[in-house]
Design a protein around this ligand. Structure first.
Ligand SMILES: [Zn+2]
Length: 269
């Protein structure tokens, strides 16, 4: 069993345009065409059973469109979609309840696209209430290669966010091993804190010795396998992960056991 905790898809009508724009902004090449069937094809090739799709609400008015699509695609054919919410929304409680009632297991926040620092009270109240509703919160962390400075969720601010909440009782995931291209800061500020780290778009950049040290110091029970597909190749990332000098128990936790627990997959069978 393998669960990829961090992927992206776009509606068919806009996938080609969106992928082209993001490729240009980041100077990178996508590994799928950005559609849901493109992701499913990639999953078959890689041997991945479930992909968590993380939509980003970049403007508050996109809430309904994005979460309606999320509800349509979630739970079938290997796709589990989270919902999206914007920090500038007035009715954050109502929107989070909507996400919960649509059967979505969590939310994605992207502080750079949403131009808000992660320790801003607008985010704190969202993460807090999401936790109350048993929703998982996944947050983009570190540098976004397609966007200019400032970094809205660097490890020190992420640590401040965690300290401002009842993080022990929330299910918070920081993407990109705690902060893309800010590995030293992630290690300094986040290792050992009550937070999950997804390993998406990290393994090709972070020194292997440092990655293993982060896993061991933070704990394999708080790490999640993830690729950031289409930006990371699922097959390539999985092969790279399998080649790491971790033991099978650690790998199993990271590849699916922690995710199953977070997504409450066991109890639903
Ligand atoms: Zn991503």
């Amino acid at each position: 069993m393998v669960i990829d905790f961090h992927t992206h898809t776009f509606p068919d009508a806009m996938a080609a345009r969106t992928i082209a724009g993001l490729e240009k902004a980041g100077g990178i090449q996508a590994h799928t065409d950005g559609t849901r069937s493109g992701l499913q094809e990639s999953m078959r090739r890689a041997g991945i059973d479930w992909s968590v799709v993380l939509p980003v609400v970049t403007k508050p008015h996109q809430f309904h469109t994005i979460n309606t699509v999320a509800a349509e695609i979630t739970g079938k054919d290997g796709i589990l979609s989270f919902g999206g919410i914007h920090p500038d929304t007035e009715d954050y409680k109502g929107e989070l309840k909507t996400i919960q009632s649509l059967g979505l297991k969590g939310i994605k926040l992207h502080p750079d696209y949403q131009k808000t620092f992660i320790d801003d009270r607008k985010y704190l109240r969202i993460i807090d209430y999401a936790a109350e509703l048993s929703l998982v919160t996944v947050i983009h962390a570190g540098i976004d290669i397609g966007l200019p400075s400032p970094v809205h969720c660097p490890p020190d601010r992420a640590a401040r966010m965690l300290a401002s909440l009842d993080a022990e009782h929330a299910a918070i995931v920081l993407a990109h091993t705690g902060g893309y291209d800010q590995w030293d800061e992630a290690e300094e500020y986040l290792v050992g804190k009550p937070v999950y780290l997804d390993i998406s778009y990290s393994l090709h950049r972070i020194p292997q010795e440092q990655f293993i040290r982060i896993v061991r110091d933070h704990g394999a029970d708080r790490m999640l396998f993830a690729t950031d597909s289409p930006w990371g190749g699922q097959k390539e990332t999985l092969e790279r992960f399998q080649g790491l000098p971790l033991n099978q128990e650690e790998k199993d936790r990271i590849l699916y056991q922690n995710a199953q627990k977070l997504l409450r997959m066991e109890e639903e069978g």
